[in-house]
Design a binder for this molecule. Structure first.
Ligand SMILES: C[S@@+](CC[C@H](N)C(=O)[O-])C[C@H]1O[C@@H](n2cnc3c(N)ncnc32)[C@H](O)[C@@H]1O
Length: 164
């Protein structure tokens, strides 16, 4: 989740949408939330992240968003200004808001099929009509019975738009 928070924040910033948005960065794990809040990454990850940034249509260079020191980089704290970090258990907690975009990549596949169904329902209930859901590349809505409530926007990146 740490890198996803910064990717979304940078995307919104570059589209001049950031100050109209709030990002809820949630995870079950305290450690993951701490790492995301800290905003530090190893320098070794930056080559791949920079390539991804440019492939995704980044308008600047990724290094404009961080400072490097020794083998670490620190992302600009300003990128967190509209981020709410919160612990949330997707397996047992309820929806807490209606969202326009939900990224839940590589989480569902760790759950047993019956729990995948419940969590998919939670994601559906948490998404506004015409909101977009992103799953991991090996995940899908096929087995959940909810697929007909979405249109597929990108079958590779598993992006779906809620239609009903
Ligand atoms: C494989 S990682 C995926 C991280 C990121 N989305 C990605 O694609 O790189 C799975 C994440 O799900 C979190 N997680 C596991 N069970 C969870 C639950 N019940 N509720 C919320 N988060 C959970 C883990 O702490 C971990 O950060």
């Amino acid at each position: 989740m740490p890198s996803e928070v910064f990717s979304v924040a940078i995307l919104l910033e570059e589209e001049n949408l950031y100050d109209r948005c709030r990002i809820y960065a949630t995870d079950l794990s305290d450690g993951v939330l701490r790492a995301a809040r800290a905003g530090t990454f190893s320098l070794g990850q930056m080559k791949e992240y920079s390539e991804n940034y440019l492939r995704a249509g980044g308008k600047s260079t990724l290094s404009d968003y961080y400072t490097a020191a020794y083998d670490k980089v620190l992302f600009r704290k300003a990128l967190h200004r509209n981020v709410v970090f919160a612990q949330h258990n997707r397996a047992s907690d309820r929806s807490f808001k209606e969202f326009n975009v939900i990224l839940c990549r590589n989480v569902l596949s760790y759950f047993a099929p019956s729990l995948q169904d419940e969590v998919s329902r939670l994601l559906y209930d948490s998404l506004a009509i015409f909101g977009v859901l992103g799953l991991g590349r090996k995940e899908s809505l096929k087995s959940t019975g909810l697929q007909r409530r979405y249109e597929t926007l990108d079958p590779v990146e598993r992006l779906y738009r809620r239609t009903t």
